[in-house]
Design a protein around this ligand. Structure first.
Ligand SMILES: Nc1ncnc2c1ncn2[C@@H]1O[C@H](COP(=O)(O)OP(=O)(O)OP(=O)(O)O)[C@@H](O)[C@H]1O
Ligand SMILES: [Mg+2]
Length: 599
């Protein structure tokens, strides 16, 4: 059975001194425990049948067993902060009275006179294993105190709340929970919730998210490639949408996966339909696009170019520009042809041929991007420039929702060299809209592959994209802009992004560095659970944070093949059985599609 091995954490960190203290305290504890038990008048039915059924359940079924309810299993022998150590009880013949289903992540309770304190098993050990068969052994359980229910006048228990107002005193009795306790802890009847799966150790119990806590303070889904991140994000979005059909969700989808998964609830904006006019780009962003197209600007040229853009913006506004502070960053339209004209004028005034080079390069870059079909989403098809910022934003933000609460921004057709700039523009626009609308429309932004846009390494990626995302992570909450970050490389994600996420779903993670990072971002309660990280199955996660009741190992709801993001791995074994008839036609078709830049 899982759990009786000393966990790395308990072995390495603090078990030693506590064990020594307990070893000394253990022998004469019984009478004291009884005294404490007697002094807790309103305790729940304490000890039901202590006898364990002789048959040890089949290992595969252990996770489906409910522990015997309200069974006394030990007593508190050490309390430090939010952690306590429990010495588990033994029967006379050393047959464990320890219930078969007790494992890491199990919830136990400590009834006190005023409250019932709930704890999460985060370490199990036999510090000094017996060398003789049948010899007594001390069994230790480390418990993280996670919350409590307050007893009312009439003995009823209030809804579960996080945090413990009164720690259990030494020798408090520890019990397994009842179905009612688990309902109280996990079902959270007092807040808006949605079901996203089941608990790993008790699949009849739902794993619920608290909508406002989850969305109000950002959340992250991390896990190795193929561990099920995109499916889990889909499960979470679908669960929320079931209750809130008028949500506003935006998914940055670099692989064009989600259109498939969210079906008719989503408007897919992508190849051919994505519109992000160049004049919405701020100066840094438009420079980056041009640099990627071959321009090289030193400080003096950049200053001039910035002035040309500001002038062109003023020119477009005409009399409306009067008295307004217009810069190269103001999100108002301008004509690129006018900017090229300004460049031509400058070139006409320059005498030395070598000083013309940067301007030639700049003009060439402008010509390249304005004529390259891959940049059509920035320049449109015609030469007319019109101010359609409001219609672009209302389309992205789903205002009105009109039955489709999700916008999927399919970025798969955006040229890879300017993907980061595009994400920067989108994130900045969303943040600025949230600020200027004073957070009137709560919006969820889902950022897949966040480590690409907000990398830890400053040399990788594009600074403004990282800044825009980090700003949403830091301040978005105040303006109703919530962030969901999905990444397979938490170690490559900018420091701080993960710690701004108050709820983290960690799927299978095998990379040591990634595991360490996730560990650093999580509370103590979950650290014991994280031992399972490398071995989690698909769709399994350790969920921690404010969006869920207690740290838990959970299994996400299974999506049907139609509901899954389009990301299944290639099935080599079946694809390689048959030859492809008309192979050349097939390649021609792919080449045509490629040239049209459509996917
Ligand atoms: N909740 C689920 N329901 C059904 N299938 C799932 C679920 N979670 C994971 N899977 C399975 O796992 C596979 C991989 O899932 P997914 O594409 O979500 O992984 P990922 O972590 O996003 O991978 P990548 O890092 O490559 O994007 C899916 O194709 C699906 O078969
Ligand atoms: Mg994915």
């Amino acid at each position: 059975m899982e759990g009786w091995i000393v966990t790395k954490k308990s072995a390495a960190s603090h078990s030693e001194p506590r064990v020594a203290a307990m070893a000394a305290a253990a022998p004469q504890q019984e009478p004291q425990v009884e005294a404490v038990a007697a002094a807790t008048p309103k305790q729940e039915p304490r000890v039901e049948s202590m006898a364990m059924t002789a048959a040890v359940p089949d290992a595969d079924n252990i996770s489906f067993l409910l522990l015997s309810e309200n069974q006394r299993i030990g007593r508190v022998v050490s309390v430090a902060g939010s952690q306590s150590v429990v010495l588990m009880e033994e029967s006379a013949d050393n047959k464990a009275v320890i219930p078969a289903g007790l494992m890491m992540g199990t919830i136990v309770k400590m009834p006190l006179p005023e409250t019932v304190v709930y704890g999460l098993v985060c370490g199990l050990s036999v510090p000094i294993p017996a060398t003789e068969p049948g010899a007594p052994e001390m069994k230790i359980m480390e418990v993280e105190l996670i919350g409590e229910s307050v007893r009312g006048e009439d003995g009823t228990l209030s809804p579960f709340r996080r945090g413990v107002s009164m720690s259990p005193p030494l020798t408090s009795a520890v019990f397994t929970t009842s179905q009612n306790d688990l309902r109280l802890v996990f079902l959270r009847p007092d807040i808006a919730t949605a079901r996203i799966g089941s608990l790993h150790q008790e699949r009849r119990l739902p794993a619920l998210i608290g909508i406002d806590d989850l969305l109000g303070k950002h959340f992250a889904v991390v896990g190795a490639t193929g561990s099920g991140k995109s499916c889990s994000v889909t499960v979470i979005l679908r669960a929320i949408l079931e209750h809130y059909p008028n949500a506003h969700m935006i998914v940055l989808d670099p692989h064009n996966e989600y259109g498939h998964a969210l079906g008719d609830r989503a408007e897919v904006i992508g190849s051919g339909t994505l519109q992000l006019p160049y004049w919405l780009f701020n100066f840094e962003e438009i420079c980056e696009v041009l640099i990627q197209a071959g321009a090289k600007l030193d400080l003096a040229e950049a200053a001039l170019f910035s002035e040309y853009i500001a002038n062109a913006r003023r020119q477009f506004l005409g009399p409306a520009a009067e008295g307004r502070f217009i810069t190269a960053d103001t999100p108002s339209p301008y004509r690129m042809t006018l900017v090229t004209q300004y460049i031509d004028d400058t070139m006409g005034r320059l005498e030395k041929p070598e000083s013309l080079v940067p301007y030639h390069r700049l003009k060439a870059a402008i010509n390249l991007i304005t004529s390259d079909g891959r940049f059509a989403f920035m320049f449109g098809s015609g030469i007319t420039v019109r101010d359609n910022m409001a219609s672009i934003l209302s389309r992205i933000l789903r205002l009105p929702v009109d039955g489709k609460p999700v916008t999927i921004l399919d970025l798969s057709a955006v040229p890879s060299e300017i993907l980061n700039v595009t994400v920067s523009v989108l994130c900045r626009l969303l943040f600025d809209f949230a600020v200027w609308s004073d957070g009137a429309i709560p919006v969820l932004l889902v950022c897949e592959e966040a480590h690409r846009y907000a990398p830890e390494d400053d040399k990788a990626g594009f600074g403004p994209a990282k800044r825009a995302l980090s700003r949403i992570a830091k301040e978005g909450r105040k303006y109703g802009l919530s962030l969901c970050v999905a990444t397979q490389r938490p170690a490559e994600l900018a420091a701080g992004m993960l710690s701004q996420c108050n709820t983290i779903f960690t799927m299978r993670l095998s990379h040591q560095r990634d595991q360490e990072l996730v560990r650093a971002a999580l509370s103590d309660a979950a650290i014991g659970l994280l031992e399972a990280l490398p071995t989690l199955g698909n769709a399994e996660a350790i969920a921690v944070g404010q969006g869920i009741a207690v740290p838990m190992r959970m299994v996400f709801t299974e999506l049907t093949p139609e509901q899954r993001p389009k990301s299944a791995s290639a099935i080599f074994s079946s694809a390689w059985k048959n030859d492809i008839a008309n192979g050349e036609d097939f390649v021609q078709e792919v080449v045509d599609r490629w040239r049209r830049v459509r996917r």
